[in-house]
Design a protein around this ligand. Structure first.
Ligand code: ADP
Ligand code: ADP
Length: 232
């Protein structure tokens, strides 16, 4: 489970005091698909990066499975980070590496021996529907295909938490819909926890069970996705 207790994040680079997040408390239960919905600047990316320790809070606590992560040294944080994978808006693939090599990097990062790579990469590419693209370069793939590679790279380490950062925002509507369907199927099959940040309400409606609405660094609403209609 992911828990935020009174989280405040101030970015020091600014001249005036500025809070990207202000006293945010929330919890995300294991096995859920939670959408974090809000306009640009609402604090969604900051929130996502607090979960995997890329951003540290100015005050408050982030707990992952009951462990207060800001207390941990890098070496202690590593096994927790290995349970998390992130998927990005602009895919973040290496242009000079093939699909195989892009995914292999994630396996290397968690120390999986090389002799296991081919089998695992082939399997995960089947899962996302791209086995025939194993030797392609990103420039030879459509946006939707690139995002499937991003998802494959995220899944290959068998994470408990999948952190999705505007993953449909750079895609055309048809590809976006396919990616959401894929994620939904992966969630059913793998039973992982998905945190899905976006400014697209239709993406939340299509995918998420629960929604957290953010505005100017604060949570302004939380409900089931169905009940969001009653609020807006
Ligand atoms: P969102 O993902 O909802 O667009 P962000 O978490 O990216 O929101 O940003 C929230 C606010 O914090 C924005 O006003 C943004 O400009 C500011 N911000 C984000 N990262 C930094 C940073 N590293 N330094 C200074 N300000 C930042
Ligand atoms: P290296 O780790 O030797 O620098 P690369 O990063 O270029 O190698 O690629 C990682 C490994 O995966 C290499 O041994 C390469 O031959 C192998 N490889 C790349 N594509 C495939 C593939 N489609 N099937 C099997 N092995 C592959």
């Amino acid at each position: 489970m992911i828990e935020f207790q009174q989280i405040t994040k101030r970015y020091d680079q600014r001249k005036e005091p500025f809070f990207a997040l202000n006293q945010v408390s929330l919890s995300i239960p294991d096995g859920s698909i939670t959408g974090i919905l809000g306009q640009s600047g609402a604090g969604k990316s900051t929130l996502l990066r607090l979960i995997n320790g890329l951003v540290r809070p100015t005050s408050g606590k982030v707990l992952i499975d009951g462990q207060e992560i800001q207390q941990l040294k890098d070496a202690q944080l590593r096994p927790i980070r290995h349970q998390m994978s992130m998927i990005f808006q602009h895919f973040n693939l290496f242009a000079t590496k093939t699909v195989y090599q892009n995914i292999a990097i994630a396996l290397q990062a968690v120390g999986v021996p090389k002799d296991q790579h081919q089998k695992r990469i082939t399997k995960v590419l089947n899962e996302v529907g791209l086995p025939h693209k194993i030797d392609s370069y990103p420039s030879q793939l459509s946006g939707g295909e690139k995002q499937r590679v991003g998802i494959a790279r995220a899944l290959i380490t068998e994470p408990k938490y999948l952190l999705c950062d505007e993953i449909t925002s750079a895609l055309d509507p048809k590809s976006a819909k396919e990616i959401l369907e894929l994620l939904r199927r992966i969630h059913q099959e793998r039973k992982l926890t998905i945190v899905f940040i976006t400014h697209q309400i239709e993406a939340v409606m299509a995918l998420c069970q629960e929604v957290i609405l953010m505005e100017e660094g604060a949570v302004i609403h939380r409900s089931s996705t169905l009940d969001l209609f009653l609020h807006i």
